[in-house]
Design a protein. Sequence first.
Length: 519
Amino acid sequence: MVTYKLPELFSPDEGQLGALQANPNLPGYSVYSYIRGAGKPPLMYTFNNSSSVQPYSGFEKPLSGLWSDTLGLLMEHAGEEDETIIENGLPVEYTREVSFEGIEYKFLVSKFPFTTSGGESFLLSSFRNVTFFLDSINEIGSRKVLFSLVAENMSDVFCVVDMDARIAFLSASIKKLTGYSAEELAAIPVSNLLTPDSLETGLKIWSRFKGLDERGADVLSENKPELFEIEFIRADKVRRWAEVTAATFSGPDGCILGVHGLIRDITERKARHDAMRSSLKHEIELSNVKSKYISTISHEFRTPLSIIYSNLQLLENHRFQLDAETINDAFELSRMAVKSLLRVLDKVTVIDAVNKGKLEFKPAMADMEKLCRNLVKDLNEMEMVPDRIDLIIHQIPDEVWIDESLFTHIFTNLLLNALNFSDKKQRVQFEISMISSDTAGFSITDHGIGIPEEEMNYIFEPFYRTSNARNARGSGLGLAVVRDCLKLHHGEVSFESSLGVGSVFKVTLPVARDSRATE
């Protein structure tokens, strides 16, 4: 295996190199390359990591006018020069000035000859636009710094591998990319360099190349470059991503001799793309949530508003003919409808506050028994079916350390679910006890429709309605509110459920001032 570095002629002064590297205004440069065998035309061309079998077209982005003119000059006598370099076996580098639209540009030409394990001679050539680097170097006063900067900061890696998977050529930039020298890499199993998924990807592509090799010379129509991504592990154990462009090349008899490739670090680019995809996904989710909010509110508001409107019409049109009891019923129905509207608004407000990070935990000493009795009373009134809830309170402290608002949200929603998803003749049991000196335990048991086993993982998601409950009333927000409020209160919830039998929801809640609820 042979690797080449830039000639020592171009080693920089440390102060000059540091000054150049510290300049944040230096732009990047484009790279054009090709590989050719002795006595043969180039096999494949690459431009900024995009491959083509044509020298001036077929790239992901078309060549600019500058590059088209430059390549016309550089390729004019390249064949003769390339053959001489292959014959001599020594690398060559030089700069070439090109005039385009009245401006002088400088290009660095690098040509590296190498020989495969089968004795075939090849040449890897690359052209780089280094105009802006040279302009900056001229200000510093040392042209030598340019070449070191290019050599030390070029992240692209050129490689050639024969069909026995032996490395025939590997550019020195492999050290910058992986942290390993070419010699070190040769002794490391590929399985130690790539993540399992990337190893599988690489083996599939290598198998395709081997398949072409085994079928002989008549496979040119299928010999297309492969572009793929791999995740590799550097010498410092840091994981990075690379984009690889690879294709086979053939000898004079048309038989495949090996694979040549261009490897580019795309870790930062991939991170940006992933961030963009994540942001887009988040925007789509937000849009869906907004749509569901609107749909839920319109659906949940329709019935209460209809009740309020019809009772107002009744009072307006017949107020002098109605007796006191009918008038009171109309007001009571309207009051219940308003409370129903407020319940939905409370849920939406809690979810919105959680999403904005504005829902706060504000504990204080409170009479938990009184709080629970009032909560049950209010729910019985709202449901207009008195005494469906059996409240069982075992010995508990006179006062506990809780956030009354979060507490009310948690158990109002759990009890409402138990009431809504069971027959109005079925009772709901609400039991409270102390399971330790600083933790209260709560259980809510109903004999309702139950939860399908395959849907149990989703019931705490906003707007989720189980398949057997989609015709029942409710916003689909209640259990999401329970989840978010419990998280703030450092509590936990679990449940057991059987279809057609009912459900039991169990909650544990820290209630002592020195417990984790004070965090």
